[in-house]
Design a protein around this ligand. Structure first.
Ligand SMILES: Nc1ncnc2c1ncn2[C@@H]1O[C@H](COP(=O)(O)OP(=O)(O)OP(=O)(O)O)[C@@H](O)[C@H]1O
Ligand SMILES: O=C([O-])CC(=O)C(=O)O
Ligand SMILES: [Ca+2]
Ligand SMILES: [Mn+2]
Length: 550
């Protein structure tokens, strides 16, 4: 294997300014690229063989997917995420709720720990890929890791280079050093546990210690894009996207578990991407080359596209299967509720490749309301759209984040607070401008509870949420009659084809007493108001007025 370091740099990246002096030092990322057993962009079959041979807990499912174990951590660890405080970015970063400072020195300690671990492995995997389908904004991402599982995961999730692109790849723009099987030193200044996920924008590196959950790499790339894209004047989004036959694009925003992946896989529409996009002056592009679907309770009947994407090449995490038949039991939550599958986007039959769409016509904000009081669908004014985007209300579902065991009301700005690098209002301002310019319609869909709160009511049927999405796409809802939902001031359609009318209004759907209903509405409205108070000094009058009125 030839050394993969070279001094050439492909011209694809125009938005990321490289400093020659800094590049020279970054080039020395500590990894010995001349070593033996350095496996770069290795064949999928070979990664299967290595994972099966060297990584305990690895199997092949009856469908041919690689079943892997992510070890102790089966979800992300947001409390262990750090961003390096250094002069070139410190003024830009939204320090506070999600971005915690790490000193440059502490980063170097973590970095050295990761490098020493990686360099002393028997085998080392390198995957060179891209983030971003639009060549103008594309980043070259290198992933260095010790597990074949992690390399295959990123092979699926990043955009896979052609042979030609690999030959001329040159230096990466960003490198992820994943030494997840090895812990951070808890006595390093700034560490609060043995898990550490840290990003250094100056050195263009991310270091992972003490967690083997593969989603950290994927969401690390997203965090990097959430910094670089707005700096380049374009808007990064925690959303899925698809496109109808007439080229009409829809975005589906939503926090984890709200239905981005599920609802964007639609046989009538081409899939642009399931989780991370960027809205530019020319349209929308996917950041990723693959999808990462939740598989809990997955069935071929309800989610045929996703079920069918689970085959040779897919990485299936933390699922339980029958010892004899190797058939996966998707209902089994014994390892985690956050069971997942990562597959290349082309495993979805109607994926749009390259994954670039036109300007969005419809924008859906997904929320999974475990209180059961937000309507299954409502049409938002532009002020309401801003209010709900900045609020980012949902109930965190069990599993995706370490420590969450049952639905928990949360406000996650821009429907993706854990991944924001700049202040939420910076993304919101860009979104408002784009919605106005392209006259997109905005909808709020509650894919959560209906008829009562978590514990008494139940989650709204997927077929109803799909019928609502269809009614948005075929124009039925744009021309529907609406009633105003009190307190929240939301416009609810009186009828939607395929959905029982009583389900559409939380008041008529409610199975409990009117008193518990009113109390639940008031409780949630108060939570909204309390949360929004922190943005009040930055929001305009009409946006503030778009919130609930108690
Ligand atoms: N009415 C519904 N609408 C959408 N999804 C539903 C509904 N009812 C149940 N579900 C389930 O909820 C889950 C939605 O998860 P999905 O993978 O789409 O989340 P996501 O928004 O893509 O999150 P992440 O950002 O973590 O990937 C799926 O397991 C799906 O089967
Ligand atoms: O990052 C993950 O593990 C999955 C995901 O997409 C999210 O949480 O938004
Ligand atoms: Ca998803
Ligand atoms: Mn996501």
């Amino acid at each position: 294997m030839a050394p993969i370091r070279s001094t050439t740099r492909s011209p694809a990246v125009s938005i990321y300014k490289h400093d020659a002096a800094l590049d020279a030092s970054v080039g020395k990322d500590g990894i010995d690229y001349t070593r033996v057993n350095l496996l770069r962009n290795t064949a999928v079959a070979k990664l299967y063989e290595d994972a099966l041979r060297y990584e305990p807990g690895t199997s092949i499912s009856s469908a041919g997917a690689l079943v892997t174990s992510s070890g102790k951590k089966t979800g992300r660890s947001p409390r262990d995420k750090r961003i390096v405080d250094e002069e070139s970015t410190t003024e830009d970063i939204w320090w506070g709720p999600v971005n915690t400072k790490l000193s440059e020195h502490a980063f170097l300690i973590n970095h050295e720990r990761a490098v020493d671990y990686l360099n002393t492995r028997e085998r080392l995997y390198v995957f060179d890929g891209f983030a971003g389908w639009d060549p103008k904004y594309r980043l070259k991402i290198r992933v260095v890791c010790a597990r074949a599982y992690h390399s295959l995961f990123m092979h699926n999730m990043l955009i896979r280079p052609t042979e030609e692109e690999l030959k001329t790849y040159g230096e990466p723009d960003f490198t992820i050093l994943n030494a997840g099987a090895f812990p951070a030193n808890r006595y390093t200044t700034g560490m609060t546990s043995s898990t550490s996920v840290s990003i250094n924008f100056k050195l263009r590196q991310m270091v992972i210690l003490g967690t083997e959950y593969a989603g950290e790499m994927k969401k690390g790339v997203f965090t990097i894009m959430h910094y670089l894209m707005p700096k380049a004047g374009v808007l990064s989004l925690h959303s899925s996207a698809n496109q109808g036959l007439r080229g009409d694009t829809s975005l589906f925003f939503g926090l984890s578990g709200t239905g981005k992946t599920t609802l964007s896989a639609d046989p009538a529409r081409a899939l642009i991407g399931d989780d991370e996009h960027v809205w530019t002056d020319t349209g929308v592009f996917n950041i990723e080359g693959g999808c990462y679907a939740k598989t809990i309770d997955l069935s071929a009947e309800k989610e045929p596209e996703i079920f069918g994407a689970i085959r040779f090449g897919s990485v299936l995490e933390n699922v339980v299967f029958d010892e004899d038949t190797r058939i996966v039991d998707y209902a089994d939550k014994s390892l985690t509720e956050n069971t997942r599958c990562a597959y290349p986007i082309e495993y979805i039959p109607n994926a749009l490749i390259p994954c670039i769409g036109k300007h969005p016509k419809n924008i859906v904000m997904l929320t999974c309301d475990a209180q059961g009081v937000l309507p299954p669908v409502s049409k938002l004014t532009s002020a309401q759209a801003m209010y709900h985007f900045i609020s980012g209300y949902t109930s965190k579902m069990a599993g995706t984040e370490d420590g969450v065991v049952e639905p928990e009301a949360t406000f996650s700005a821009c429907f993706g607070q854990p991944f924001l690098v700049l202040h939420p209002t910076q993304y919101a301002t860009m979104l408002a401008q784009k919605i106005g310019e392209h006259k997109a319609d905005v909808w709020l869909i509650n894919t959560g509870w209906n008829g009562g709160a978590y514990g008494t009511g139940k989650r709204i049927a997927l077929k109803y949420s799909r019928a609502i999405v269809d009614a948005i796409h075929n124009g039925e809802l744009k021309n529907a009659e609406y009633v105003t939902y009190p307190i929240f001031g939301l416009e609810i359609p009186k009828a939607v084809t395929g959905v029982p009318a009583e389900v559409l209004n939380p008041a008529t759907a409610w199975q409990g007493t009117p008193a518990t209903f009113n109390a639940t509405v008031s409780k949630l409205a108060a939570l909204f108001n309390k949360n929004f108070a922190k943005y009040a000094d930055q929001a305009t009058e009409d946006v503030i007025a778009a919130g609930p009125k108690l």
